[in-house]
Design a protein around this ligand. Structure first.
Ligand code: NAD
Ligand code: UDP
Length: 337
């Protein structure tokens, strides 16, 4: 199939691009590079030894998007193009609603115009909110988000469900990502946080390399075995592989399907720090600080559905995640950005 990757130059999009090309799909990448670098495109080509078209464009620019759909025979879309920093979204809620909702609506409108009926959406575990208990199952009701970012995901899931109800030819696959970390084995692509990272693993790697002096662990008094929060970390290449399986599943599907994409195994913040130290033979300077506003104590997935329906099994463990995150961090300086 020929898949348009909206936001395909970003962290998860670039890894998915590699996995799709390696599975003999064709891709078209559309990105405005607001949170990525155009050089990622060449590095995807270098890894896969395959060529594809890419456009520097804002997904919200409908005329331009129509032109892209006219120039390419698109079979389906994966929508990664969003603003994603939880803290920033509380300071700039309008920018988050404008970008995240508009990109989704514009894609859906143009897809309808060109009779493209396969839509895969980057959602998040954040839609489970505070109301649900771990492990989260896809049949639980969406909760209340703890940030404008989270609300955009909840709203976009609703928009997609309504769109699929009205257009019964539409196939929507909502992938609720848990916590992607790690990088491709080539260490040519990975996460490129702008400014000081909000997420745990890029913070850890930046402390390890000396860009940042010390990790603050947000809260050591949670009701967990070691007092720190627990999350479901998944290797980004496994997450990317889940998209390939979703694309293939969407071929013969109509309506909405929701899948959690995680490992189903929780690790605490201290587990991650210790695993990183052990995997890479390093020490991380850290202290236990105050809790971060809006953090949930626990978040992990029930993965029975994705395993049963898509046949998805993760291939990488926590050691791979820690090693690949570190190798990528060390290689960033060698990559021309
Ligand atoms: P990312 O920022 O690395 O990638 C997003 C890409 O979209 C970037 O390349 C950015 O330049 C592009 N983009 C943003 N707005 C655009 C627009 N209007 N037009 C064109 N391009 C645009 O983020 P990521 O980590 O790869 O996340 C991808 C998706 O997955 C996002 O929707 C994010 O909310 C979601 N998600 C991410 C995580 C995570 O931990 N990384 C977890 C859950 C969900
Ligand atoms: N975390 C931390 N220090 C940091 C960044 C994150 O202790 O500098 C913790 C955070 O409190 C959470 C976990 O690491 O328990 C994962 O945080 P991240 O922001 O990566 O993911 P999310 O909270 O969105 O699941």
């Amino acid at each position: 199939m020929n898949i348009l990757l909206a936001g395909g130059a970003g962290y998860i999009g670039s890894h998915t691009a590699v996995e799709l090309l390696n599975s003999d799909h064709d891709i078209v990448v559309v990105d405005n590079y607001s949170n990525s670098d155009p050089s990622v495109i060449d590095r995807i080509k270098e890894i896969t030894k395959k060529d594809f078209k890419s456009y520097e464009a804002d997904i919200r620019d409908k005329k331009n998007l129509e032109k892209i759909f006219k120039e390419n025979k698109i079979d389906g879309v994966i929508h990664f193009a969003g603003l994603k920093a939880v803290g920033e979204s509380t300071k700039m809620p309008l920018a988050y609603y404008r970008n995240n909702i508009d990109t989704t609506l514009t894609l859906l409108e143009v897809m309808e115009e060109f009779k493209v009926n396969k839509f895969i959406f980057s959602s998040s575990a954040t839609v489970y909110g505070e109301e649900n208990k771990v492990p989260y199952g896809e049949d639980m009701p969406r909760g209340k988000a703890t940030s404008p970012y989270g609300w955009t995901k909840i709203m976009m899931e609703q928009i997609l469900e309504d769109a699929a109800r009205a257009n019964t030819d539409l196939s929507v696959i909502i992938l609720r990502y848990f916590n992607p970390i790690g990088a491709h084995k080539s260490h040519l692509i990975g996460e490129l946080p702008s400014g000081i990272p909000n997420n745990l693993m890029p913070y850890v790697t930046q402390v390890a390399i000396g860009k940042l002096p010390k990790l603050t662990i947000y809260g050591g008094d949670y009701d967990t075995p070691d007092g720190t929060c627990r999350r479901d970390y998944i290797h980004v290449v496994d997450l990317a592989r889940a998209h390939v399986m979703a694309v293939e599943y969407a071929k013969d599907k109509k309506g909405v399907d929701i899948f959690n994409v995680g490992t189903g195994s929780p690790y605490s913040v201290l587990d991650i720090v210790k695993a990183f130290e052990k995997a890479n033979g390093l020490k991380i300077n850290y202290e236990i600080g105050d809790r971060r506003a809006g953090d949930l104590q626990d978040s992990w997935a029930d993965v029975q559905k994705i395993e049963k329906v898509l046949g998805f099994k993760t291939q990488y463990d926590l050691v791979d995640m820690c090693k690949d995150s570190w190798e990528w961090e060390k290689n960033i300086k060698n990559i021309s950005l």
